[in-house]
Design a protein around this ligand. Structure first.
Ligand SMILES: NC(=O)c1ccc[n+]([C@@H]2O[C@H](COP(=O)([O-])OP(=O)(O)OC[C@H]3O[C@@H](n4cnc5c(N)ncnc54)[C@H](O)[C@@H]3O)[C@@H](O)[C@H]2O)c1
Ligand SMILES: [Zn+2]
Length: 427
């Protein structure tokens, strides 16, 4: 990649008024659904019913991460960020969400220096070179150890900015402001910050606890339907692999998406949070029981990597889950009824016809990626195999003797299962 190719064109689209701290005595104008209970009680009935502010602490190991999720909650988010006492905010923004960022940055600019860095979010740019560009720009914009990096965008921006925050001056604070379902309901509920190497997905990274997570669910309403549906694949993963009892909530959220998107997003947030939070508390680095969240991600990452930007993370994970389910069935772990439930649940995501979507992947490229899966080493894995999460029934992974929800699956079995998925008539 040409250096800087992932950056949106300079000059910065931000007016200079964002760039300088203003008086700290600016009046606060609370709006409905801000994080202040007294104010929220004034909220408009509809929004309040659909999107009460979720405001609390996410415990990831010893870290307690404040989070705020609501709708039209600029003031609540700004107050949370201001409470961190930052010297300045370096805001890494996906170019697609600049208009969403404007009110928040404008408000933050009244209290602190705000330096936006706009990047083009594309998977092929999720590389160390982009992290380095962000670091150089942050320093050029005057970042110091009192600064935080704010990541506003999808999982890609979260990972790139997250890794930059863990490296800048050997670690500055990180604030996640997710704008996609993958990021809001899954990626930011994690310490993992990773970028891709030429040899594969997320092979290089660090564990970093954010200082805060904040999301205005209305940001997600500008994502095209297809992106929304495939992004929600991570929530289908949680239902299939962790909380099958929440299948009805998931389907209700999907039904609400067209007319009551904020209500749908609220349900999906609860689903993501309730699935992940209990495991992150005891397995913060996702190296033991929480590896179950890698369901669908072995073949999913291989597909995403080979697709080089032509397939979204969520879509790749959906195909990866079907492949894992087929492999689980072939190996005698998963019954036919639960295999069928996979196809039924994932059919809601309106995935493109599998043959059309997948026929361009040659099996040898997939095999190569599977051999360098980033979960290798969690368990002993013979050379011609890849570590996969398989299920014995919904919500119950196949575990090894130490309780790890990961087992080596021969590359041949994985590819057979993948071919079965591509030939399916079930979707
Ligand atoms: N634990 C983790 O760290 C973790 C977990 C899951 C996924 N991920 C990573 O996240 C990435 C996928 O994230 P993603 O699905 O959010 O993709 P993404 O960040 O690439 O965003 C997808 C597209 O949506 C656009 N976009 C973002 N917000 C928008 C909005 N509100 N309106 C309109 N367009 C918008 C972006 O410009 C981009 O084109 C992958 O790189 C994956 O590896 C990481
Ligand atoms: Zn994922």
């Amino acid at each position: 990649m040409r250096r800087g190719a992932a950056f949106a064109a300079r000059p910065t689209p931000w007016p200079a008024r964002y760039w300088n701290a203003r008086s700290t005595s600016a009046p606060r104008s609370h709006r409905f659904n801000c994080a202040v209970p007294a104010c929220c009680s004034q909220a408009s009935g509809r929004l309040r019913r659909e999107a009460p502010m979720h405001d609390g602490l996410l415990r990831i190991g010893s870290a307690a991460v404040p989070y705020r999720y609501g709708a039209d909650c600029t003031d609540g988010l700004a107050e949370g960020i201001e409470a961190l006492g930052l010297g300045s905010a370096i805001v890494v923004i996906d170019e697609a969400v600049q208009s969403h960022a404007e009110p928040l940055l404008s408000r933050l600019g009244q209290r602190m220096q705000v330096r936006p860095i706009v990047i083009a979010g594309a998977e092929q740019h999720k590389r160390l070179s982009l992290v380095e560009e962000v670091l150089d720009r942050a320093v050029a914009e005057g970042a110091d150890r009192t600064s935080a990096i704010l990541a506003m965008g999808g999982g890609l921006v979260g990972n790139v900015a997250g890794l930059a925050a863990s490296l800048l001056f050997r670690g500055v604070r990180l604030v996640h402001l997710p704008t996609t379902p993958v990021a809001a309901f899954d990626a930011v509920l994690s310490l993992k910050q990773g970028v891709n190497l030429r040899s594969g997905k997320n092979l290089c990274g660090a564990y970093t606890a954010p200082a805060m997570i904040g999301c205005d669910l209305t940001w997600l309403t500008t994502i095209p339907r297809r992106g929304l549906l495939t992004g929600i694949a991570e929530m289908a993963k949680n239902v299939l692999a962790v909380v099958p009892g929440r299948e009805r909530d998931f389907e209700e959220a999907l039904a609400n998406l067209p007319d009551r998107p904020v209500a749908a997003f609220t349900t999906l947030f609860e689903l993501g949070f309730d699935s992940k939070a209990p495991m992150l508390r005891t397995d913060p680095n996702e190296k033991k029981a929480a590896l179950v969240f890698e369901y669908g991600h072995t073949v999913g990452h291989a597909l995403e990597s080979v697709a080089a930007g032509a397939m979204s993370h969520g879509e790749a994970v959906a195909w990866g889950m079907l492949t894992a389910a087929e492999a689980s069935a072939q190996l005698g772990h998963l019954g036919d009824a639960d295999l069928k439930r996979h196809y039924r649940l994932l059919s809601h995501l309106e995935l493109p016809a599998p043959r059309i979507a997948l026929e361009r992947f040659d099996l040898e490229s997939l095999a190569t990626r599977l051999r360098s899966d980033n979960k290798r080493g969690h368990i002993p894995c013979p050379p011609e195999s890849a570590p996969m999460v398989l299920l014995r029934r919904l919500g119950e992974p196949v575990a090894d003797g130490d309780g790890m929800p990961l087992i080596p699956v021969s590359i041949g079995t994985a590819l057979d299962a993948f071919e079965k998925v591509t030939a399916t008539e079930e979707l």
